[in-house]
Design a protein around this ligand. Structure first.
Ligand code: FAD
Length: 495
């Protein structure tokens, strides 16, 4: 059996590993941390169970398709519930929008904010559905080696309809006038790491994912997906070695032969799949001259934001919060400029709070609340304990004011996580939280390539290559790279 070593056990690494094992490869995953899951790790403290990264379960079809390839269903590994309201947007004290899961209720809500907007909402979502179908069935599955993959007449003909060259911001404003609805419709592209002005309107497909496919939650937390994928991988014969940080890819004569870990162990490999951050694999694990991209290339990329996170345990139940809560009570334009144009710590940031204990009693002790607070910030900023403390107080003060209750005196546990932790825990370039932004010039064949140019059996996968950031795209990235590995001529494997 051909040996594959996968570096990193995030969603992309686990997805690649499962697919390659099912294709007949002998797969070993090497992970530097002591738990698998990468940015989606979980930890427990004082009875609180914190998902460390992703909290939104969108695009359930992608998860089902992943498990279906192995004759399984997501339900074989975890119990999903659909959230209703899907989420809440806070615009100011006492001014909040609960976004309902059902379509008739959603249309009624649009009518309240902008009378007569139902027709435009239907048009907007019909277009978004088309983009979702084409995007998910055609675009994201492509290895994107070259523009020629997109030269297919059917795709070329659809480009206009896909609105690649209109911005999301313009698209939304053509159909809606109410500022709150505009904010609501622009919010999902923030997952893609760029502003609505710099994101192609193609990505209104995210609104279809949001409003039509719904917001879901795996009981027990997002880590249940990781546990499910780890257990599937194990069933398929994948070996997962934790606490094994890869320090070097041994690749004499243009071919990777093995990888070496921190304690000097050497793992022989016929194929290496780099599923850690692309920049780290490319610039730190290879001999000079074997990299795909220079330092200058990376310096000129638009990274998705980093995040300042707080994991907070509160010893009472809170009101005025649902599972997902977006705090859009300050000027988004200004915060966006402080992330992208003149990177600095934001004066008045928008922020997000997840309170999974609103849905799931298992993530907090009885009568307590589990809070995950996220402030998007520019990557590469200086990150000090004083700065973290300042933002904790700032956000806690706003949270108390906007929900009309005292929270801080009841906080019994808290931990912060920001740039320095993203670098030390994941080797994240500039401490990015979710990879490269999906701007037009960083989409598809314009993203860092799946294959190394100099080492024929070294591949890359994960949120910094195609199709992009997010849990579903990372899972897809692992599938795409597995197909590429299999395609390389001369490697006869079963399946
Ligand atoms: C705070 C936050 C919130 C997010 N929210 C959402 C959300 O709500 N919904 C959503 O869909 N997405 C969300 N995302 C994005 C999503 O979590 C990521 O896109 C996805 O998890 C990335 O998976 P990955 O496999 O590419 O990378 P990672 O998860 O980073 O996995 C890479 C792995 O490689 C390991 N590694 C690094 N270097 C080495 C080495 N030298 N040797 C061995 N192992 C190594 C790392 O430890 C890590 O485990 C969020 C991300 C963050 C950070």
């Amino acid at each position: 059996m051909k040996k594959v070593v996968v570096i990193g056990s995030g969603f992309a690494g686990l997805s690649a590993a499962c697919n390659l094992a099912a294709d007949g490869f002998d797969v070993t995953v090497l992970e530097k941390n002591t738990t698998p899951g990468g940015r989606a790790r979980q930890y427990s403290e004082q009875g609180f169970v914190f998902d460390m990264g992703p909290s939104w379960y969108w695009m359930p079809d992608v998860f089902e398709q992943f498990f279906a390839r192995f004759g399984k269903k997501a339900a074989d590994y975890y119990h999903l519930v659909r959230l209703d309201p899907s989420y809440t947007v806070h615009f100011g004290p006492g001014d909040r929008m609960d976004v309902p899961a059902g379509m008739p209720e959603l249309e009624a809500m649009f009518e309240r904010y902008e009378p007569g907007s139902t027709a435009n909402l239907r048009k907007f979502l019909a277009e978004a559905e088309y983009k979702y179908r084409v995007g998910m069935n055609e675009f994201v599955q492509k290895p994107s080696h070259s523009i020629l993959e997109f030269a297919d007449m059917r795709i070329a003909a659809s480009l206009f309809r896909l609105q690649m060259f209109t911005s999301m911001s313009r698209h939304v404003r053509q159909l809606f006038k109410n500022e709150k609805l505009i904010k609501l419709l622009e919010f999902p592209v923030l997952f893609l790491g760029a502003t609505p002005e710099n994101t192609p309107a193609l990505y209104s497909l995210m609104n279809y994912a949001d409003m039509a496919l719904g917001t879901w939650y795996p009981m027990g937390g997002m880590y249940k997906i990781v546990e499910g994928m780890v257990s599937l991988a194990t069933e398929l014969g994948v070996k997962i070695e934790l606490d094994q940080e890869v320090r070097h890819i041994v690749a004499p004569n243009g071919s990777a032969r093995s990888v070496r870990t921190q304690d000097g162990r050497e793992y022989p490999a016929d194929v290496v799949v780099g599923a850690a951050d692309y920049h780290h694999i490319d610039s730190k694990l290879l001999n000079p001259g074997k990299r795909n991209y220079s330092d200058r290339y990376w310096e000129t990329r638009t990274m998705a934001p980093s995040s300042l996170l707080f994991y907070v345990g509160v010893n009472k139940r809170l009101h005025g919060l649902h599972h997902h809560n977006l705090f859009f009570d300050e000027d988004f334009g200004r915060h966006a400029r402080e992330i992208y144009d003149t990177p600095k710590w934001p004066e008045k940031p928008l922020f997000y709070v997840s309170a999974p204990s609103q849905t799931d009693p298992s993530v907090a002790p009885d009568g307590c609340e589990n809070l995950f607070i996220l402030i998007p910030v520019a990557p590469g900023l200086q990150d000090t304990p004083e700065i973290r403390e300042h933002y904790y107080n700032l956000v806690m003060g706003r949270l108390e004011k906007l929900t009309g209750q005292q929270i801080e005196p009841s906080v019994v546990y808290r931990r912060s996580f920001a740039h320095a932790d993203f670098v030390s825990d994941y080797h994240a370039f500039k401490g990015n939280a979710y990879g490269l932004a999906n701007t037009l010039l960083q989409t598809a064949f314009l993203k860092p390539k799946l294959r190394n140019k100099h080492i024929k059996n070294l591949f890359y996968t994960g949120q910094l290559t195609v199709p992009g950031p997010g849990v579903p795209p990372s899972i897809i990235s692992g599938q795409v790279v597995a197909r590429e590995v299999k395609k390389v001529s001369g490697w006869k494997v079963s399946g």
